[in-house]
Design a protein around this ligand. Sequence first.
Ligand SMILES: [Zn+2]
Ligand SMILES: [Zn+2]
Length: 394
Amino acid sequence: MSLDPGLRDILVAILSLSFVVFVALFGHVPALRKTPIGWGHHFMWKTLPRWFTAVDMKLTGGTVVRTIKGLFNYVMYDKHPLIQLFYLGLVSGGLYLFWLGAWDRIWSPFHKIMVPIVASLPYITLYLASYTDPGYILPENHRGAMKLYPFDYINFKPGYHCSTCRFEKPARSKHCPICKHCIAKQDHHCVWINNCVGHKNVKYFFAFLMSTNIILFYGFYLTSIMIHQLVMESLPLGTDVSKVGWGLYFNQFMLCLVLDVCLGIVCLLCMMTGLMSVGFSGYHFYLLWAGTTTNETFKWSDWKEDIAADEVWMARDPARNPFTGRWPSSGPLNAYNWPVQTDKLVYRIVNPEEMEYLDKHLVWNRVESIHELENIYDIGFWKTLESVVWDLKF
Ligand SMILES: [Zn+2]
Ligand SMILES: [Zn+2]
């Protein structure tokens, strides 16, 4: 396939940039930790800053690094709408370019109706995900929050207190230092929505992800068809379209993309951000399927390492109700009618002296594999999806 060198350079640059962004954003995911992507992430966020700090200390006594750190902390660890505005800017800018370059080329009334509908979805879902209470746990609703999920005695055990909120931590909750509250079934703090994703707003978060996917796919679909038409028009009259090779077609396609700037930018933007958006959505559907949360995947990944280091011990506690084993006939699930219960207790013991603290009435065995630990929150994709859509009020 022959490709114009200029176009090839653009393509290589776009792909490289996408890869670097992917490594920077997703390299810390446990599944990628021990791969070149994880190492790249470590190099980007740990090694490079160390070198930079060393040079800055020599040159300015650390002024540049202090300023950057202040800005970085503001952007990463404070509540601020910068990333929301960035998202809105991308969508609105993209829509404006679409209006300039593509609106008049829309070929059917159906699409003329669909475009405004699809275009409004990201605004609505971003608003809902951002401004819905993610599940703040307050003294007045703490009792209800404790009843949401059973303790799994692995990642969440009763009797642990949040030092900031000063109450017992409910199962699956996490204190968010940015939102300054404990959040029920906290997934992660999301900078795109400037809010935590938790028990009460995770459905809107999914709606936000899906509407982003839809607008990007739809934008790519419409603009690539329009560019395809331009390619057809650009071929000499009487050309047999079926005889045009892929190389020539691709060349012409890239050329039209560059020549018709508005169309080209929208098409490329949709394609590049679409891949990222689909990847991110895929990860969140995987979490639903696995019955876990972003927060809990970090905990599971830690257990894996601790088990490999022979530090994890488990016992059965016959005093605890082992298994109710019944699906509730109706009504949403809660800690009392949760279909999976466990009678196991799991602890990490680093120093042999700590064995003293374990309950001596129980028989403790070393855990050899992560599969011995049961994820009681994994109740199947559809049940989890149902619990996300019809979230229990507390
Ligand atoms: Zn808290
Ligand atoms: Zn938060």
